[in-house]
Design a protein around this ligand. Structure first.
Ligand code: PLP
Length: 621
């Protein structure tokens, strides 16, 4: 199982049991026995929760919240920082009620708050009983209604901060303040000029679409002073973009944010809170590098950098240390969910035997078959070249009608047989890139029970990498390599980039499927962004969801299950009334019976088939 590199990216959460099962560990109870993930899946299946399943592990979420809050407090104590940390969870990263409710509960000891980037998210935040000194930070574009609700919520004891995104937004705020006669808690979002690396580099720098430049900030300060509201400006906000790969980008950006903080204070703002946004990354590949899908730092290092940089800048400017806020989303929720699905069937690019020569074989078929005679480990590349050449020539002949379907089928089988022999002789992956590249073209296709567009949208849209591993048989050497295809009818619905111990590979090592035994794959660290960004391509809906907690005795508790969408539900999302569909189908049956093309006795079977489908799961059952 070392091939999957789990030792690098699996942290203290995932490991392999001697029986080859993947195991989950509760990092908050290091001495508790590990729990077999295939056994959890088996148990869920027995309860009727079938794959594909999104499995949320509550213990992982609790652990991440403790991790980031404790790391900040440790850094504050170590550096001698004289302010507090008051983190907020950005609801946009996972808005599901089950998740946000738990985040609020697990965050309670740390006075952990919420960030709302829209009106609906503010409505969610205000439905939670937060600790007295926790914050609600409102970002994003705000209309009067949004601002009115934010200001009025303070009467209930919520510490709701309105972060101004533009000078125009301030005018709306001033209007609502005059209407209500209530003072707001305000923030300003500054646009940092430092550009970060990684996939989200456009979220930072001059061309980022949010936040104000220096000229706009000055105008906001002047307007606030004129409106006698400058004393309400308490917070400065900036956001670097998500998944920052390089900790030095964090340090530079925090340094720049501090310069703004110092200057705004000199301008008369009584700032007390410095909000540094999100960006704390996850090392999906475990490479510890400043590259996409990885990070060159740990949570502890991130926290130390933030606290040290702010302490230094504030001491230099002789300012009071502000309350520090970060809006880490990905780092809090990504690890806590995994997508589990079964492999439905395999298209093997393989033929254990080659057909015997026939007298009427075209000479190119004989040439192709002859390659096996000189195949050895020294001549692999030459044999690959020859086999590809003969097969392509034969395909051209087939297209022009010179050879028939049976002859072509024999040629394809000989070719695949040669490929399986070449795979056996090939050196380890990575040692001969040209051969690797050619063999990837003959990797198997494992057809899997999930929708990439619904469950892993970032894999489709922005080449996000997640660790993907078989859940079982990890004590057996994987004997095949495959790309994964989903069950949408879209050729984009495939995964062909995998995190392995020796780097990123276009195919995944897998095992030969066994008859009648399910083969499950797990996609890990999918808790951030994937659930709400997913879409209904081909009308595959939400998967079944199960939330579990890992117990001290090595068992698990099923905390909550949510059934995935039924076909009837997804039909209503696209504005069909399922009852109208049933009525229409019944009418067709009546017409067919009247016309004598359907026997009356078959009426029930047809209707039952339609009803079973419309009430069932959208995935393969
Ligand atoms: N805060 C703001 C304003 C954001 O736009 C985002 C998302 O990009 C976040 C926080 C969360 O970022 P991350 O998930 O990288 O921590």
């Amino acid at each position: 199982h070392a091939v999957y590199g789990m030792g690098r990216w699996g942290r203290d959460l995932l490991s392999v049991l001697p029986n080859g099962d993947i195991a989950l560990s509760n990092p908050l109870m290091p001495d508790a026995p590990k729990v077999s993930l295939p056994e959890i899946v088996h148990d869920l299946e027995q309860r009727g929760i079938h794959a594909p399943i999104l499995l949320r592990v509550s213990s992982f979420l609790e652990n991440e919240i403790a991790h980031i809050n404790n790391s900040m407090t440790d850094a504050i104590n170590r550096v001698g920082y004289r302010g507090k940390y008051r983190g907020v969870f950005p609801i946009k990263v996972n808005q599901q009620a089950q998740v946000v409710d738990r985040i609020v509960e697990f965050g309670r000891p740390y006075s952990y708050g919420l960030e709302a980037g829209s009106k609906p998210e503010l409505v969610i935040a205000l439905a939670h009983r937060l600790p007295k000194d926790a914050l609600i930070v409102c970002n994003g574009v705000k209309d009067e209604e949004f601002i009115r609700l934010a200001i009025l919520s303070r009467k209930l004891g919520f510490n709701t901060m309105i972060v101004l995104e533009s000078p125009k937004e301030l005018e709306t705020v001033i209007g609502v303040v005059e209407e209500l006669g209530e003072e707001p808690l305000l923030g300003v979002r500054v646009k940092l000029t430092n550009q970060i690396g990684g996939k989200w580099e456009e979220s930072s720098g001059d061309r980022s679409t949010f936040g104000m430049n220096t000229d706009q900030l000055v105008s906001v300060i002047d307007k606030l002073r004129d409106a006698k509201l400058l004393h309400c400006l308490k917070l400065q906000h900036s956001h670097l973009g998500s998944q920052v790969p390089d900790v030095n980008d964090v340090r530079r950006a925090v340094g720049e944010a501090c310069r703004y903080f110092v200057e705004l204070t000199r301008e008369g703002a009584e700032l007390t809170h410095l909000d540094l946004g999100g960006g704390l990354g996850i090392d999906y590949t475990g490479e510890k590098k400043a590259i996409e899908n990885s990070t060159n730092y740990s949570v502890e290092e991130y926290c130390s950098n933030v606290v040290e940089t702010v302490a230094y800048a504030m001491d230099e400017a002789q300012l009071t240390h502000p309350t520090l806020i970060t809006e880490s989303g990905r780092a809090v929720v990504a690890t806590s969910s995994m997508l589990i699905f079964n492999v439905l069937e395999a298209t093997l690019y393989d033929a254990p035997t080659a057909p015997h020569p026939q007298t009427d074989d075209h000479h190119l078929v004989s040439d192709l078959a002859a390659v096996k005679g000189y195949l050895n480990s020294e001549r692999l590349q030459e044999c690959l070249n020859d086999a590809n050449f003969y097969r392509n020539e034969l395909r051209a002949l087939f297209r022009r009608g010179y050879i028939d379907l049976r002859q072509m089928a024999r040629a394809e089988r000989i070719y695949l047989h040669l490929m399986s022999k070449i795979k056996e002789l090939a050196p380890p992956t990575g040692s001969a890139p040209e051969i690797d590249e050619q063999l990837e073209k003959v990797a198997d296709i494992y057809h899997c029970n999930f929708s990439l567009f619904q469950s892993l949208p970032d894999v489709w849209a922005i080449d996000q990498l997640h660790p993907i591993v078989p859940l079982q048989r990890l004590n057996e050497a994987p004997d095949r390599r495959a790309v994964l295809s989903d069950i949408t009818c879209d050729s984009d619905g495939k995964v062909d980039e995998f995190i392995l111990a020796d780097g990123i590979s276009p195919s995944l090592p897998v095992h030969t499927l066994e008859d009648d035994k399910p083969y499950y794959l797990g996609v890990f660290f999918v808790g951030a962004y994937q659930e709400t960004l997913g879409d209904l391509h081909n009308l595959f809906g939400d998967t079944n969801v199960a939330t579990i907690d890992l117990r001290a005795d090595g068992g698990f508790d099923l905390l909550q299950e949510v059934e995935g969408d039924t076909i009837s539900q997804v039909l209503s999302y696209v504005e069909y009334d399922p009852r109208d569909c049933v009525d229409a189908f019944r009418k067709f049956i009546d017409e067919a019976v009247s016309a004598g093309t359907l026997k009356n006795a078959d009426r029930r079977t047809l209707m039952a088939a339609y009803r079973d489908s419309i009430n069932g799961y959208t995935y393969y059952e």
